[in-house]
Design a protein around this ligand. Structure first.
Ligand code: SF4
Ligand code: SF4
Ligand code: SF4
Ligand code: FES
Length: 303
């Protein structure tokens, strides 16, 4: 038997040098939830939602930051793993204004509860990330009940100074994905972790708004944010995921040829995202490719 074999959920799988448990699992279609992990950046281990049970280990280990090793035996959904994930999700929901109703104490069954959330749709009461939020999806998946958890409040107001990006600190789970996306993936170095404890937040230019910072408005941080802490101003409340028709195309602005995913509603482009894992841009875009689409449907166009 080759040396580089790991056992995940009873399956014996080969791994490459330096591959993590998460990478081996994903390559083989085994689901492990993640929030802070971002492809192309070093794992930060910030959220712990990816914890798995490794036989012989004294505690649960984060799959995104633990290298696969020979003879390692991993369980991705043992009772202790599921319980840990449910607690982590509950704590994240209660860490801010997650008003998609999951965070409230529920008295009805899950079907009625989901119907109640759907009934809020198209109103500003419901979060702009509803049904496009990883935290919400995991809360549904693991049927998280937050009874007994105290909801935290943030002192930081929503930042709407920029015409392109809204920062809602009340929904930030401090996963750090935006920081990695900005600094490691795009190498713009416009944002960073700031302050500590209950005052912790993602800061730009010391502690100013994005408009007055080094931000170049590439929007990579929005695409990376797993919740509604970073939202596009132009498309906010204008399109929900199930309303979108998707068209893949090539950006026309320059010769790089970035791959775009157009989110279309009523025959109008409402939003543009980069196509993940597609060459040459691997999901990344510049400000023109991501936000410069209004001309397509301008009444002033001659053709
Ligand atoms: S960010 Fe996600 S979990 Fe929070 S309110 Fe919005 S949809 Fe719900
Ligand atoms: S828009 Fe781009 S440059 Fe600005 S903070 Fe986000 S990732 Fe950084
Ligand atoms: S703004 Fe979004 S991506 Fe950045 S730390 Fe907060 S939740 Fe994570
Ligand atoms: S995804 Fe592994 S610690 Fe966050």
């Amino acid at each position: 038997m080759p040396e580089n074999i790991i056992t995940i959920d009873g399956r014996q799988l080969e791994f490459e040098p330096e591959e993590t448990i998460l990478e081996v699992a994903r390559r083989n279609g085994i689901f492990i939830p993640t929030l802070c992990h971002i492809k192309g950046a070093r794992p930060t281990g910030a959220c712990r939602i990816c914890v798995v049970a490794v036989e012989g280990a004294r505690a649960l280990l984060p799959a995104c930051a633990t290298p696969a090793a020979p003879k390692m035996v991993v369980h991705t959904h043992s009772p202790s793993v599921i319980e840990a994930r449910r607690t982590i999700i509950a704590l994240l929901l209660q860490s801010g204004n997650h008003n998609c109703a999951i965070a409230t104490n529920r008295s009805q069954d899950w079907t009625s509860f989901q119907q109640q959330v759907a009934d809020y749709d198209q109103s500003e009461d419901l979060c702009p990330a509803h049904s496009a939020c990883n935290l919400q999806a995991y809360a549904y998946k693991y049927q998280v009940d937050t009874t007994g958890f105290v909801r935290a409040k943030t002192d930081y107001p929503m930042e709407m100074a920029s015409p392109l990006i809204i920062r809602d600190f009340s929904r930030c789970i401090l996963c750090g994905r935006c920081v990695e996306a900005c600094n490691t993936i795009q190498v713009n170095n416009a944002i960073a972790h700031g302050f500590r404890g209950a005052r912790a937040k993602i800061v730009a230019m010391g502690n100013d708004n994005l408009q007055r910072s080094d931000c170049v408005f590439c929007g990579e941080c929005i695409q990376a944010c797993p919740v509604a802490a970073l939202v596009e101003t132009k498309s906010r409340y204008k399109i929900r995921p199930w309303e979108a028709r998707h068209v893949r195309t090539t950006c026309h602005y320059c010769g790089v040829g970035c791959q775009l995913d157009l989110h279309i509603k009523d025959d109008k482009i409402m939003k543009v995202t980069g196509v993940e894992d597609a060459r040459p841009n691997q999901g990344r875009l510049c400000v023109k490719g991501r936000f410069g689409y209004d001309f397509v449907q301008s009444p002033d166009r001659l053709t």
